[in-house]
Every structure is written in C-alpha cells, then in structure tokens.
Design a binder for this molecule. Structure first.
Ligand SMILES: [Zn+2]
Length: 671
C-alpha cells in the first residue's frame, strides 16, 4: 500500500489528507523522502554534463519536493497537535535532518558545480531573481564551510560540534538554575498580591512539595510578584535570584561557557575569512554591518534613557512617600511602575474583553486585507488535523490566491506561543503552486471566544506573516514569502498590527458580545495609552542587551564576557535601577544557539521599519491609502527574498527608515 503522505493527495487545493494519515506513516515517509532527495542531489553533483544554471541551481530548487511535503505535514501536527508518538518522532527526526543537510553542504562535487556556475554568472543572461537565487545558493555553501579543505575544514567541523555541545549545556544549566531555586512564603508574605499570583504561588508550593506557597523563577510567577508584592525585602531576594541565573558558581555556571562560545565563534568567522563574527553574521541581514546596527541602537538609546531617568524620578518620589529613603533599586521599579500604571491608566481588562470577540477580530483582519489588497475569504469545509481548525479559500477578482487555515485555541497538545507557517510555499518553478498558510495561536476557548488586547494584536501579527506568504509572487520557492533576512521578516507582521489600532477598525469590529455596542472611545484611548506605558524602561533594558550582544561579537572575543558587559554598561551610563533584559549568564538568545547571536537587535530594527512604514500610509492620507497599499504589496509582500531587503524598503518608501516614527510610537519623543 502506498504511504498516504507520499501518494497523490487528490484533495481540494491539494491539502494534505490528514484524515488518511496515521502517525506510523511519518517515519517511512521521511525515510523515502530523504532517499529520494539524496538521489536527486547525487544526480546533480555527479552529472557528466557541463554545469549550467538549469542543471545545478534550478535542479537544486526542484529537488526535495517529497521532503517538503513530509516535513510540511509533520511539523504542522508536531507543533500544533502533538502526542507522545509525535514527540518521539521529532526527537528522532531532528538529528537525521541535521545530518542530511550537512551532508549536502559538505558535498565537494556539488559545491564545485555551484561554484562553476557562480564564476560564469556574468555570461549567463540570468533574470534578477535567478541571479539572486544563484548568489544565495553559492553564499550558503561558502558560509557553511564548503570552500574549506584540509586542516581548516577539519577544524571547522570540530568547532561546529563543540558549539552545539556548549549551546545545549548553556540551556540545561539555565533550566537547572530556574528549576532549583525557590523561596518559601508565609501567609503574611502573600498580602497585597492579586489572587492569580497567590494561586500560582500555592500551586508552585505543591509542585515543589514545600510546606506552603513558594516563589519560583518562572517568568509568569516572578514578574507579577515583583510588580505586586509590597514587601521590599522579598522583592530584593527574588530579584537577586532572578538575575543570578547561570552565575551561581558550581556545575551550572554559564560564564566560562559564554567565554568559550565567543572564542570559537571568532575562530569560525576567521576561518571563513571574516574579520569578526558580527561581520559574518550580519552579511545576510538587512543591517549588513555592526556599525549600522550600533548606529540605530544608539539613536534609540539616548531618548529612551532620558525618558527612563524622568520616570525613575517619579517612581523615587512615590517610594519616598512610602517612607523609604535612598535610591530606587531594580527590585523597586516594577512595583512602583505597576502602581503608577494603575493610577494613570486604570484599564479594566474584564470590561474590555467582551468587545474583543475572536470571530469579529478575524473578520477585522480579513476586512483590512480586503480594503488594502482586494482579498476575499470564503469558508472551506475540509478535513484538517484537529476539529478546532478552520479554513478559508482566499481569492482576488475570482481567482484562487491561497488557502488560509486558522488554528486559534490553546490545548495541551499545542506548544505555547503563536506562529505562522506555510504548509506549502508559493512558487512557479518547477510547477506553479499556490500557498497553503496556517496561523496557530493559543487563545482561550469560550462561547463566544473573547480575546485580550494582546491576543488581538497577536492575531493581526500572525495574519501579517500570512499575507507575506499568501501574496508572494516569485518564481523560486527558496526566495518565496517569508524567506527573507531575519531583521526584515517581522516587518509585514508588526506592520499589520497597526491596522488593529485604526479607530474605524475597532469602531466597526470591536463590538460588545452581548449588546453589540461598539467600544466606547474612552476605553479605546485607555487601551492605546496603556500600550505605551513604561517604554523608557522597556527600551533601555532591551537596547542595553542588544548593545552587549553586539560588543561581544564585533572585534576580538572578550576573554572575560562579564567584564566586557560591565564595561559596555558603564560606557552607556545604564540607569541604576534598570537591569539588562537578559544578562550574559542567562542570555539564551545569544548563547543557547546561533539564531540571535549579534542579532538580538533585530526586533528593534523591525520595529523601526514597521513604525516608519505605517507612517508612510498616514502621510499619504490614511491607513487605507490605495497607492501605499499597492506599493506595499508590489515591493514588499509579493517579493519575498528575491531582492535585497534594503532595496525593497527603498522601493516602497523612497528612502531608508528613520527612528522618528518609532520614538513617537513608543512615546519617547513628543508626537
Ligand atoms: Zn512574528
């Protein structure tokens, strides 16, 4: 019998036949798909014909179709609807896949053919997109070390293996420190805490088999404790434990690991011919160079720090009124900021929720896409992997554009967070394929399901990613949709969040679940005002972390990262009462793996762009300005990674992004 994942699906829109797939089908399907891909790669590498764009680069693009199918289906269910069998499969698949792809990038014969096409590029009369795909293919091989030989090649292999071990150790040490520490709380210590914090502290106490409630280092517990506990001594103890994660001495200390990681990264970059790890890392990003990153961060730093210092004075005055003298400390900030927020923006979440019905917010996200891009959404009745999933056919002028799937509700089988992925990405080569795009969220179920304001923003955010996939209009899948630089990929999603804040959108779609009344203007203003609260603090703690990350990787690796961190913070004039959002011994973004190393800045980079891009609409006459919408689709949403991110932004905006709109949006300068 044919494996249903590998068979011709014969379903509407060629969506995976989830109702016919059993968990036992995944492993044999992956086995077969890997073998097929291996054979395809061997045929390209060992071809007797002279290398050409078609028989090397296009052949690589066309290869792996079966693998795409298997992984598209598997990772969808493994993330959104897992079970023990799927978890086992995932553990087995990840080293298999890592080995498969590193075998391809280490294939010398294959790289020689890619390099030959690259050398001949001037004479090949390629389209712009083809030149780009060739450049990306060649660069990918070179960056993974394919051009190295002899001792350098062997050393690179050792470095990669050692870095993988160190990254895992870093994560495990951090988890151990977070798991082991707790602080007993008496009934008296719970006074002043909201019910949800005391309930969580009691539950944590039971889990730790303690005599009573406890405080742990779980973010969802310690952050509200720092915000609400009137006990300054307990806040100090909890805060000190929180910032000591990974730096407690002994077996779980991460400081020596951080130092070794930085040295190995520097060596790795040098083997590949880069003058620093940051230069190597930023080569593929829109930012391109460490100087440009630092420049942007420093433009944000100065006004953020000024705002934080002003806020610190207000909070210090509040503290003194409580009879506490001396400076405001880091364990005081959250507490007094929470009290100030309540006084200034008293926003009743419970009263807000009935205005944010999930179904109405989905309608709102569709309605904005209709006004901006002419997209229409028709519900589809098809079998998916879970009864909570919903699907729509997306059309424009009667023509099929994509299938959009929404899987909105939290459940035990779903990992936390929210994400967008393409079960099938848009492409025209080797055949035309329309995208199948899914948004997965973790909203509470209800009748009707109601969202918090943050939830509603998440819905719009993920739908922005979905639009990037659905409106993609390129030839090659490797540059389709969200296959763009890391510091560019959040532009469409963060930009789309702005439409939720357009007053006419909320006025139409934020209607009360029972009365049908639109949200009162006063409530709307409070929602938007509260979103900007304490931005001096938030920006300072984030930018300080991003600048330390950059300093670690730009230039020679510091032998003592803690000393380097202290030096950077002193140079910046870090406010006394604010700590880094992530300090070195627990900076998992930077040390648990390579993903955000010298890349932690990218959240801010994207935010600068989304604020600046939305300002383009406002300057042009409003959030739904048709010319701006057309330009956004033509230059950014349809182009994927087929051109340099900077060129795309320039084409859309006519200039590079400036920080002014972000500073105004965060309330760091006057609007
Ligand atoms: Zn995102």
């Amino acid at each position: 019998m044919t494996n249903p994942i590998l068979a011709d699906w014969q379903t509407p829109f060629d969506i995976a036949p989830f109702d016919r797939i059993a968990d036992s089908d995944f492993a044999p399907a992956l086995e077969a798909a890997l073998a097929e891909h291996r054979a395809e790669i061997a045929a390209i590498a060992d071809s007797p014909e002279a290398p050409t764009f078609a028989n090397v680069v296009e052949a690589l693009e066309a290869a792996g179709g079966a693998l795409d199918r298997v992984l598209g289906v598997f990772f969808t269910v493994a993330g959104a609807d897992s079970n023990p069998a799927r978890e086992d499969l995932q553990r087995a698949f990840s080293p298999q896949l890592a080995a498969h792809f590193s075998e391809i990038s280490a294939n010398k014969a294959l790289f020689a053919r890619v390099a030959a096409v690259w050398e001949a590029r001037e004479d090949l009369e390629l389209t712009d997109e083809q030149q780009r795909v060739l450049m990306l293919t060649h660069r990918g091989f070179v960056r993974s070390g394919a051009a190295l030989s002899g001792e350098a090649e062997a050393r690179m292999k050792d470095i990669k293996a050692r870095l993988a071990v160190l990254g895992t150790e870093f994560t495990q040490n951090l988890l151990a420190d977070e798991r082991d520490w707790f602080m007993d709380l008496s009934e008296e210590d719970l006074e002043g805490l909201p019910d949800f914090v005391t309930a969580a502290a009691r539950a944590a106490g039971q889990e730790k088999q303690a005599a009573g409630p406890v405080m742990t280092l779980s973010r969802s517990l310690i952050v509200p404790f720092l915000q609400f506990s009137p006990r300054r001594d307990l806040r100090e103890r909890a805060y000190r434990a929180w910032v000591a994660r990974g730096a407690n001495g002994g077996k779980t200390d991460n400081r020596a690991i951080a130092s070794e990681i930085l040295a190995l990264r520097e060596e790795r970059a040098a083997l590949l011919g880069y003058d620093s790890f940051a230069t190597y890392k930023l080569e593929t990003e829109m930012a391109r160079s460490p100087d440009r990153v630092r420049d942007l961060l420093m433009q944000v730093w100065a006004p953020a720090r000024a705002r934080a210092e002003e806020d610190a004075e207000v909070l210090t005055a509040m503290m003194q009124k409580d009879g506490i003298n001396g400076p405001l400390e880091p364990w005081d900030w959250h507490y007094y900021a929470a009290r100030r927020r309540k006084a200034e923006h008293d926003l009743d979440e419970a009263a807000l929720k009935p205005y944010l019905q999930l179904d109405r917010m989905i309608e709102a996200s569709f309605a904005c896409a209709n006004r901006l891009f002419g997209l229409e959404f028709r519900p589809l009745d098809i079998a998916l992997y879970h009864p909570d999933c919903r699907a729509w056919e997306v059309t424009r002028d009667g023509r099929h554009v994509a299938v959009f799937i929404g899987d909105y509700f939290a459940r035990g089988s779903k990992r936390s967070g929210a994400w967008c992925s393409a079960m099938r990405a848009q492409a025209r080569f080797p055949r035309t394929q329309a995208p199948v795009v899914i948004n997965v969220c973790n909203f509470a179920k209800g009748d009707p399901a109601l969202l918090s304001y943050d939830d509603a923003r998440t819905l719009f955010h993920e739908f922005g990613h979905a639009l990037h996939q659905m409106l993609s209009d390129v030839t090659y899948e490797s540059v389709s949709g969200t296959s763009v630089a890391r510091d560019f990929v959040e532009l469409p999603s963060q930009l789309y969040e702005h439409w939720l804040e357009v007053p006419e959108v909320l006025a139409e779609f934020a209607t009360h679940a029972e009365t049908g009344e639109p949200m009162p203007t006063e409530m709307l203003e409070k929602v938007l005002g509260a979103a900007n609260f304490d931005q001096g603090f938030q920006t300072v703690e984030y930018v300080a972390s991003a600048l330390v990350d950059l300093a670690f990787h730009d230039g020679a690796a510091p032998p003592d990262p803690m000393a380097k961190q202290a030096e950077v913070l002193a140079e910046l004039g870090m406010p006394h009462a604010i700590g880094m959002r992530h300090a070195t011994p627990h900076f998992a973004h930077v040390f648990a793996g390579d993903g955000y190393s010298s890349g932690y800045y990218s959240y801010m980079w994207s935010e600068v762009m989304d604020a600046d891009a939305f300002a383009a609409f406002e300057e042009a006459g409003g959030a739904f300005d048709p010319e701006r919408a057309e330009a956004l689709e033509r230059h950014i949403l349809s182009t994927g990674g087929s051109r340099e991110a900077e060129d795309l932004y320039l084409a859309f905006r006519g200039r590079l992004p400036g920080v002014e709109a972000l500073l105004k949006g965060r309330g760091l300068i006057a609007a």
